[in-house]
Ligand binder design. Structure first.
Ligand code: GTP
Ligand code: MG
Length: 137
């Protein structure tokens, strides 16, 4: 489809990178169709990342994602999921291509600045996790 879901993670918000990241997203050709500031509880972060609950870093991931304000948004563009994953770069910022959002703003594999859905199906699930039908204009 033409939609994906993103979160600007607590490290990037705390480090003052919201504006620069939104600028990259918009310059990358994405339209922001819904957006909110919020803070996840441990419970909500745990639920969002439930697919990773057997991974060794799950506890660290949940602690980190509930440690501060995040910005959640739904983005629209042709080929949105794949193009957005390209724009953000590899999970580990040390491996992220030059000029990608993670290359520019991420601290580490855990505190890696931004999330992007990995499939059309997950984009829909994740968008609906954060936004109501009314907000998804
Ligand atoms: P997301 O867009 O956030 O889903 O990242 P991704 O799809 O590039 O990576 P993946 O879904 O495999 O992992 C989800 C998140 O878990 C990553 O973005 C990291 O924040 C975190 N993560 C992944 N691997 C590690 C790790 O080895 N250590 C820690 N602390 N966190 C990790
Ligand atoms: Mg992922």
């Amino acid at each position: 489809t033409n939609k994906t879901f993103t979160m600007i993670k607590p490290d990037a918000v705390a480090n003052g990178h919201i504006g620069a990241i939104l600028d990259q997203i918009i310059k990358g050709g994405f339209k922001i169709t819904a957006m909110k500031y919020t803070k996840l509880s441990q419970e909500t972060a745990g639920k969002f990342y439930e697919v990773h609950k057997e991974r060794p870093f799950y506890g660290e991931l949940v602690d980190f994602m509930s440690s501060g304000t995040i910005v959640a948004a739904i983005l629209e563009k042709d080929n949105a999921v794949e193009d957005f994953r390209k724009l953000i770069g590899a999970t580990d910022p040390a491996k992220a291509e030059k000029g990608t959002i993670r290359n520019l703003f991420a601290q580490s594999i855990g505190a890696n600045a931004i999330h992007g859905s990995d499939s059309d199906e997950n984009a829909k699930i994740e968008g609906s996790f954060f936004f109501s039908g009314l907000e998804k204009f």
